[in-house]
Design a protein around this ligand. Structure first.
Ligand code: BTN
Length: 242
C-alpha cells in the first residue's frame, strides 16, 4: 500500500473526507489517492466538532486506503500508524510532538494536528478507510482553539506541498514498518503518548481524579490507574483535564 501516486488539489470543498467518500461511491478513486483542499467549508473534526483552518495556510487533506487487510478489532492500528506518521513528519522539522489519546497531535498544551478516520466495513473486516488530516503549517493565530503550527514553532513558513510530500514519505514508511508488527507499533505509540506512565488529572463519569495511563488496549481503549484500581475507557468516557 502506497499513498500519494495521485494527488487531487481542490480550491474549495465541503470536506476532503466527504469528497473521497463520494469518489468511492462512484468507484472513481484508486487506493492511495490523496485529496488536498485550500479551503474546507464544512471541515469535520472528531465528535462532530468543526475543524477550523485559515484558507491556504494549512494542510487539510484526506487519502483513501483500499483493501486494508484488517479485522474490525484491529481498526485502531490505522489510527496508531497515522498518528505516528505525523509525529515522524514533525520530527523532521525538529518538533517534538505527542499523541494525546487516541489520536490528537499536541506540542506542549497546543494542538498541531487532528485526525479523522472513517472506515468502510464489510462484515467483520475493514474494507477500506478514509484518513483525514488537518495539520497546522503556516497559520499563527487562532480565535478559539489553543493551537500551534509548524511556522509558529520554527518561525519559518513552509511551502505546503513540501510538507505534504514529506508526510506521504513518512506514512508510506510507517505503514510498511508497523502494519504487520503490532508489538513494534504499540511500543512506538506508547513512547509518544502524552502522559504515558505519568500522573495527570482526568475526569470520568464519577468525577475528577489523578490517574496514570498504563496502557492502550488493541481495541484502542485507554487503561488508567486510578488509586488502587485499574479502569479502561472508551472515547467519550474520559477526558484529560491538565
Ligand atoms: C479532530 O481533531 O477533531 C480531527 C480533525 C480532522 C480534520 C481533517 S481536515 C481534512 C479532513 N477533512 C475533514 O472534514 N476533516 C479532516
Amino acid at each position: 500500500m502506497e499513498i500519494g501516486r495521485k494527488i487531487i488539489q481542490l480550491n474549495t470543498v465541503d470536506s476532503t473526507n466527504n469528497y473521497v467518500a463520494n469518489l468511492i461511491k462512484q468507484r472513481q478513486i484508486d487506493s492511495g489517492t490523496v485529496v488536498l483542499a485550500d479551503e474546507q467549508t464544512a471541515g469535520r473534526g472528531q465528535r462532530s466538532v468543526n475543524w477550523e483552518s485559515q484558507p491556504g495556510m494549512n494542510l487539510t487533506f484526506s487519502y483513501f486506503l483500499d483493501n486494508v487487510n484488517l479485522s474490525v478489532e484491529q481498526q485502531f492500528r490505522i489510527s496508531q500508524i497515522v498518528a505516528l506518521s505525523i509525529i515522524h513528519l514533525l520530527e523532521g522539522y525538529s518538533i517534538n510532538a505527542k499523541i494525546k489519546w487516541p489520536n490528537d497531535i499536541y506540542v506542549g498544551n497546543e494542538k498541531i494536528a487532528g485526525i479523522l478516520i472513517e472506515n468502510q466495513l464489510k462484515n467483520t473486516d475493514i474494507k477500506s478507510a478514509i484518513v483525514g488530516i488537518g495539520l497546522n503549517v503556516n497559520q499563527t493565530d487562532w480565535t478559539s482553539l489553543s493551537a500551534t503550527s509548524i511556522a509558529k514553532i520554527t518561525e519559518k513558513r513552509k511551502p505546503l506541498m513540501d510538507v505534504l510530500l514529506s508526510y506521504i514519505g513518512k506514512f508510506n514508511n510507517d505503514w510498511k514498518s508497523y502494519l504487520n508488527d503490532y508489538e513494534l507499533l504499540q511500543r512506538m505509540y506508547l513512547s509518544h503518548l502524552l502522559h504515558f506512565e505519568g500522573s495527570a488529572m482526568y475526569k470520568d463519569e464519577s468525577g475528577e481524579f489523578e490517574g496514570t495511563i498504563i496502557n492502550v488496549l488493541p481495541s484502542g481503549r485507554l487503561v488508567v490507574r486510578k488509586g488502587n484500581d485499574t479502569c479502561d475507557y472508551g472515547l467519550k468516557e474520559i477526558s484529560l483535564i491538565s
